[in-house]
Design a protein. Sequence first.
Length: 159
Amino acid sequence: MTTAKPIGVQITWLDGADQTLPLPEYKTPGAAGADICANFPPEARDGIEIAPGARALIPTGLAVAVPEGFEMQLRPRSGLALKHGITLPNSPGTIDADYRGPLGVIVMNAGDAPFHIGHGDRIAQAVIAPVVQARFQVVGSLDETDRGQGGFGSTGVGQ
């Protein structure tokens, strides 16, 4: 098995962050996503309760410097999604290489019961991915394909 060379991502703690909490970390050798923890400021360390259908911006206590040519994608944790309906409504959320502000995670409760996010809870996972920027150009017509203009559901019924 070939292992890709790790990409360096610089991280800094924000003022008031609990530096005893873990930095983003991969829980297994084959994990694509590094777990990200909620890191509430001192006055809010009790966490937050999110009602069904509600969403909240959860602080991580971190700022990151993603290398040029990459992005950090924030994705839901599958266990939270399955068991509690906790998801990220803008998934994947993108942290651009030129952003240096606070790393926050927009969390939504799509479940049917209130959900408490506590200080230090793992709330999302971060995936570092390469970015290719396109050069958009206007043309007179597009090439033809077998699918053509077939849109939603045009390739068959999900089974």
